[in-house]
Each structure stands twice: as structure tokens, then as C-alpha cells.
Design a protein around this ligand. Structure first.
Ligand SMILES: Nc1ncnc2c1ncn2[C@@H]1O[C@H](COP(=O)(O)OP(=O)(O)OP(=O)(O)O)[C@@H](O)[C@H]1O
Ligand SMILES: [Mg+2]
Length: 334
């Protein structure tokens, strides 16, 4: 092999930097803030699935809602192909941005109108975004591409005539209708029967491979993160605490929190069952929290510094980083 030939760098489609969301609560006399997301930074490459794993309330959906611009961040940057969307589009997201970044939710039924056919739901985004008048062919193609065949029959059905897994496929077909570059999938399989979860995950994998779509796959479930995520990021109490290529993260976890999660999941490859990340011990309040690492009160390796400052990310290998003073100090001593 010619050593001078270098592999082309993977194309970064979406990058977020120091994305932060404090929700104001209370009244003006006693205004407080829920620190839902703190300095989240990560990238999604073309055709890459990034899994975001964390307990309930750790900030996963907030991350996705900020990226879709459903809510505005307190600070931070969201870059699409290097262009800062917050600077260029002062309020809300442009049509082009909404086309590039699509979202699918936990409960596909909630976003489908029970009085309209499946064909109507898939045709609508094509008409709005692509201005295609004769969209029927595209509708049928899309339904077939998400495994709903014969497409002409599915197009005439109503949402109640479909199973949960089929409805999630419709939601995916709608997202695909505008040819997005990134799909944010917020717990897309958690409400589905265990027996049909794998089919939806395999569809996501197929879309990544065949269309080069990048995914942010949000889950409570370490097994599905390992199964489908090229990389996995672990969240705790509004902080991204560790990220790595998924098998490396699960085989060589560095952060004491990731270690705790994995110690409770003896064999994450055993199947897509109910191996979910659940609260063990007290999760700290996110309302005006004290400085320092939020895991400090539960951490078996806690040091004085952990209660004072949140560490920056330390790089452990090319694709593996951790925010923990144990590694931070190691590096400073070298
Ligand atoms: N509009 C809001 N106002 C105040 N607090 C909010 C608001 N939206 C979310 N939060 C809080 O922000 C924190 C993070 O919520 P988020 O929905 O991002 O968590 P999550 O990781 O998606 O949890 P789950 O796994 O339960 O879906 C929670 O404490 C939540 O109560
Ligand atoms: Mg959520």
C-alpha cells in the first residue's frame, strides 16, 4: 500500500460548540434556572450515527430541541457545514436548515393526524420543501424505502390501521421526504414492542449506509447504543461526560459514571431488551446547581477539586475523551 495516500477526512456535517440551556423558572422576584445543558460540544459526520445515552432528565431531548431550533440556547454555537446557524439566522430556523435537520420522536402517533391517510402525511413535506406537484411517485418510493410495501396500499391507510413500528417507519419516511443530512431520533424505539425494535434500528443503519444520513440517536439503552452507534456520548445531569467510538467506550470506560452504568449492565451485547439506564442513587438538582462536577456526590473516586470545578475534556485517544479530574490531573502531571 502506498503510505503517502491518506484517507480523506470524514466530512463534518453538524457541529455544536459549548451549547448551553438554562431554563428560567419561578417569578421575577425569585428567578431561578434549570441548568438542563452545559457546554455540550460534539460533531456528527456524514453517514455517522452518534448515540446519546443518559438517565431521564440528563439533557438528551434538550440537546435535540436546541439543534432543531425549537428552543433557543442560552449560549453556544450550532454549525451546519461550518456555518454558524445562530449568527446567520437570528430567530428560528430557515426552510433550508429545517430541511437539512429533521427530527423523529418517541411517539410517532402524536405527530400523525388520525383523519389523514399515510399518503397525505408523506406527500405534504414533499410539496412544501420540494415544490413537487406530482408527488405520488415519490410517496410510493419513500414508503417502499422504509419497508412499507405494497406502498400504494399503505398510502391509503390511516394511522390507526398501522402498528407502532409501522407508524415509526411513516415518521421516518416523512423525514426522508425532504432529503435531510441529519436526523435527530429521540428514543425512536422505546415505545415499540421489543420484537420490532431491531427492524427500526436496522432501517436507520440502512439509511445511514445508503443515503449518507447522519443520526443523533437518543436512548436510555446502552445495548442499542452499542448496536447502532458508531460513537456514543454519555450524559449526566446536563453534562456530556464521556464520548468514544462505541465499542471502545463500552470495553474501556474511563469516567466513574460510565463505569457505574456498565457495571450494572454485565453484557450489553446480550440483546435489545430492557437494559436501560436508570437512576441509581440521587441525581443532583439541576436548579442553580453548585460548581463542580455533578457526579461528585456519588463518585467513588471524588477529590476536593471535583467539588470546585467541572473539568475540561481530556483526550484519551483519537476518538475518546472524558471530562473527569482523574484524567485531567494525570495529564497535567506529565
Ligand atoms: N421548558 C422547560 N422548563 C424548565 N425545565 C425544563 C424544560 N424543559 C426541560 N426541562 C428540564 O431540563 C432537564 C433536562 O430535560 P430533558 O428533557 O432534556 O431530559 P432527557 O434526558 O431527554 O430525559 P428523558 O430521558 O426523560 O426524556 C430536566 O430536568 C427537565 O425537567
Ligand atoms: Mg427526552
Amino acid at each position: 500500500m502506498n503510505e503517502n495516500v491518506t484517507m480523506p477526512a470524514k466530512e463534518v456535517v453538524l457541529e455544536v460548540r459549548n451549547l448551553t440551556k438554562y431554563f428560567p423558572i419561578g417569578n421575577t422576584m425569585r428567578l431561578k434556572h434549570v441548568h438542563a445543558l452545559n457546554d455540550a460540544s460534539f460533531v456528527i459526520h456524514r453517514g455517522e450515527i452518534v448515540a446519546l445515552v443518559g438517565e431521564s432528565g440528563s439533557g438528551k431531548s434538550t440537546t435535540a430541541r436546541l439543534i432543531t431550533r425549537l428552543i433557543e440556547p442560552t449560549r453556544g454555537e450550532i454549525l451546519l457545514h461550518g456555518r454558524d446557524m445562530l449568527k446567520h439566522e437570528s430567530s428560528g430556523a430557515s426552510l433550508a436548515y429545517r430541511k437539512a435537520i429533521q427530527m423523529i420522536f418517541q411517539d410517532p402517533y402524536g405527530s400523525l393526524n388520525p383523519a389523514r391517510t399515510i399518503g397525505f402525511h408523506v406527500e405534504r413535506p414533499i410539496r412544501i420543501h420540494k415544490k413537487e406537484k406530482h408527488a405520488l411517485e415519490s410517496v410510493h418510493e419513500l414508503l417502499a424505502s422504509v419497508g412499507l410495501s405494497p406502498a400504494d396500499e399503505y398510502a391509503q391507510k390511516y394511522p390507526y390501521q398501522l402498528s407502532g413500528g409501522q407508524r415509526q417507519r411513516v415518521a421516518i419516511a416523512r423525514a426522508l421526504a425532504v432529503e435531510p443530512e441529519i436526523i435527530l431520533a429521540d428514543e425512536p424505539i422505546s415505545m415499540l414492542d421489543v420484537s420490532i425494535r431491531m427492524g427500526v434500528l436496522n432501517l436507520i443503519e440502512q439509511l445511514k449506509e445508503e443515503r449518507g444520513i447522519g443520526f443523533l440517536y437518543i436512548t436510555h439503552d446502552l445495548a442499542s447504543a452499542r448496536y447502532i452507534g458508531d460513537r456514543t456520548i454519555v450524559m449526566y445531569a446536563g453534562h456530556m461526560v464521556e464520548g468514544a467510538e462505541s465499542t471502545e467506550l463500552m470495553d474501556q470506560p474511563a469516567h466513574p459514571y460510565t463505569r457505574l452504568l456498565l457495571s450494572a449492565v454485565p453484557n450489553p451485547e446480550a440483546g435489545l431488551t430492557t437494559r436501560v439506564v436508570q437512576a441509581r442513587g440521587e441525581i443532583p438538582s439541576l436548579i442553580d446547581p453548585p460548581p463542580g462536577c455533578p457526579f461528585a456526590p456519588r463518585c467513588p473516586k471524588v477529590m476536593d477539586i471535583c467539588r470546585q470545578t467541572m473539568p475540561d475534556a481530556t483526550k484519551l485517544s483519537e476518538d475518546h475523551w472524558v471530562r473527569c479530574h482523574l484524567f485531567d490531573l494525570d495529564q497535567k502531571e506529565q
